[in-house]
Design a protein around this ligand. Structure first.
Ligand code: NVA
Length: 312
């Protein structure tokens, strides 16, 4: 919450564990009855700003905003020149006068925080370098659908543990009472402060948050195996180094064989078959990636409705 009393979703732990459960329940309800909540009736506008490429985020937010009764307005971040042509604060003040909420995909987390301080309307993180909380709400909904529960389930996130998805899995998974293991080599392990925050959350929810370098140890017996691209948007110039360092962490059938016999496999997409995940696993029977992609819409509708209802 910013000083003006407006609620935002800038990082996964902007929600409490009870609030996360409320949002997930609302997402499931909206999946069952897509037009049952119409907080954007009018239509009121939601601004979606993209400084980085997008497919799932733009389409799932657009469809979801329409289903909530609203109008999805896409803003090209490069065209707007946010932080260059005019300051983040001035862009925030302008967007807040046009839109009921702002959804932003950008790089540094500080830009998003600055937007939230000045927009006067809810701001939602649609991916930064540090976190991807909307994807995690969709992922948790997906785990719940496929396994029946979250608390007590175990998940291994393997590969680039320092990326937005590694961080968000630690925070959101621990918040849900899951046992989150990140399997990543030194140099690609999650930030210490994120591990500490996840550990603090886990101590209240009965979950756990651990980081190991041994990928087999990470995956051993888990209910859920997750990976993500080794080269996140904005890190393309490091592609060769990352590919060399992370190759042993590829999610192959041999690796998944170490997980629970009923384990599911997740990937936020886009996926690079033959690199961080084999085609056999991504396209195989354990993969739930298309459900994850669909669940973005339901989860984000829930976030928007929930935030709008709680902001002045
Ligand atoms: N870690 C990836 C997630 C893509 C949805 C990236 O930031 O590019």
């Amino acid at each position: 919450m910013t000083a003006d009393g407006v609620r935002h979703l800038l990082a996964d732990d902007d929600l409490t564990p009870a609030e996360q459960a409320e949002v997930l329940d609302l997402a499931a309800a909206l999946k069952a009855e897509p037009f049952s909540r119409r907080p954007l009736e009018g239509p009121r506008t939601v601004a979606m700003v993209f400084d980085k490429p997008t497919l799932r985020t733009q389409t799932s937010f657009s469809a979801g905003i329409a289903e909530l009764g609203g109008f999805p307005m896409v803003v090209d971040g490069a065209l707007a020149g946010i932080g260059e042509r005019e300051s983040v604060a001035d862009v925030a003040r302008v967007l807040g006068r046009q839109a009921a909420a702002v959804v932003w995909r950008t790089g540094p987390q500080e830009r998003l925080e600055e937007m939230a301080r000045h927009a006067g309307v809810p701001v939602v993180n649609a991916l930064t370098d540090d976190y991807h909380p909307c994807q995690l709400l969709a992922d948790l909904l997906t785990v719940r659908e496929h396994t029946g529960s979250l608390a007590g389930r175990s998940v291994a996130f393997v590969g680039d543990g320092a990326c937005n998805m590694g961080h968000s899995w630690l925070l959101a998974g621990a918040m849900a009472g899951m046992h989150v293991r990140v399997g990543a080599p030194v140099g690609y392990q999650p930030a210490d402060d994120v591990v500490a925050r996840a550990g603090a959350l886990a101590s209240g929810t009965g979950g756990s948050a651990t980081v190991v370098a041994d990928v087999g140890e990470a995956v051993d017996g888990v209910d859920v195996v997750v990976t993500d691209t080794w080269v996140s948007m904005g890190f393309e110039e490091q592609s060769a180094d990352r590919t060399a360092a992370l190759a042993p962490y590829a999610v192959t059938e041999d690796l998944v064989a170490l997980a629970d016999a009923d384990a599911i496999v997740m990937h936020c997409l886009p996926a690079y078959r033959g690199r961080e995940i084999s085609a056999e696993v991504l396209d195989g029977p354990r993969s739930v990636v298309w459900d994850e992609a669909e669940n973005r819409r339901h989860a984000q509708k829930a976030v928007l409705a929930w935030l709008l209802e709680r902001s002045p």
